[in-house]
Design a binder for this molecule. Structure first.
Ligand SMILES: [Zn+2]
Length: 295
């Protein structure tokens, strides 16, 4: 307290006056959690599992475990309409089927969960518990992608930055290497160097989603140290809390904007007005959209 008084006493009068003119920060818009729909997309399938970790685990296993943790966290927090999208079979067919289900009843947010690897030429060989495996310790960290072809780009970018900020305050850093020329066809434009948001226009799930959409690479499973961290319940819990807090912030702002645009004054949002077919277990109807593939 003494230190605080001394600090105020030492503050120049002009600065103190300037501070007194500062308006109080606006309260954050309230989020009606049960009315907000989140789709958690699990990248890849058990049959076509994506990248291999440094210890030969599949990316799909990592994606599914993290998506389930985020789902649990969201539902416990009141986001009861959260749905996890999991598919079977070959990757491309599964991708199309997941997006059909997603777009049959667009939600407020689509979050695709992945874990990252590196271009083939960076992979090195090693023996993991006597078995040959491949790794790369060169890069570490998460990354977040949005597509300029998504029809809700502004909102997608906004959520991506919120997610990046929530990860940053938990001391989790993004990987900057996607901007490097050596990434070749995987080189990306960094849109937000504070929060690690990249541009990836052709990513199928992002450009075909009829709702704000973000793809989250939660970390490098080919990095031997980072794989161990990503496999712990503690890291999954931290990632899930970051995602939940980002969704909470996004939800309040989106619902406030939706109400303002619709001129509604009855306190309901479009999402609240009708039950979500996937949340209620009913089978969604198909979507005739022609699929343009990933790359
Ligand atoms: Zn993936």
């Amino acid at each position: 307290m003494v230190a605080l008084v001394a600090a105020f006493a030492a503050m120049p009068l002009a600065a103190a006056r300037a501070d007194s003119r500062q308006p109080f920060p606006k309260p954050k818009p309230r989020c009606e959690r049960p009315a907000f729909r989140v789709l958690l997309d699990v990248g890849h399938t058990a049959d076509d599992p994506g990248a291999r970790s440094a210890r030969s685990a599949t990316e799909f296993e990592f994606n599914l475990r993290l998506a389930r943790e985020i789902e649990r966290n969201l539902k416990d927090s009141g986001f009861t309409q959260t749905v996890v999208l999991v598919s079977k079979g070959p990757a491309i067919a599964a991708l199309i089927s997941r997006m059909r289900r997603a777009n049959a009843a667009p939600a407020d947010l689509f979050l695709s969960i992945h874990h990252d690897s590196v271009p083939e030429h960076f992979l090195e060989s090693w023996l993991n518990a006597g078995s040959p495996a491949r790794f790369s310790d060169r890069f570490r960290g998460h990354s977040i992608f949005v597509s300029f072809e998504n029809r809700h780009l502004k909102e997608s970018l906004h959520f991506a930055s919120l997610l990046g900020s929530e990860l940053k305050v938990r001391d989790l850093n993004y990987t900057p290497h996607y901007t490097e020329r050596f990434m070749g066809s995987r080189q990306r434009e960094l849109l937000d160097n504070r929060t690690g948001v990249y541009r990836f226009d052709k990513l199928y799930v992002l450009r075909t989603a009829r709702m704000p959409a973000v793809l989250f690479e939660a970390g490098m499973i080919v990095n031997r140290e980072e794989e161990l961290a990503l496999a712990t319940p503690e890291r999954r819990s931290t990632l899930a809390l970051a995602a939940t807090d980002a969704i909470e912030g996004f939800c309040g702002q989106r619902q406030a904007a939706t109400k303002a645009v619709a001129g509604r004054h009855d306190g309901t949002s479009p999402a609240q007005a009708r039950p979500h077919p996937m949340a209620t277990g009913r089978r969604p109807t198909g979507d005739p959209q022609t699929a343009r593939l990933l790359r």
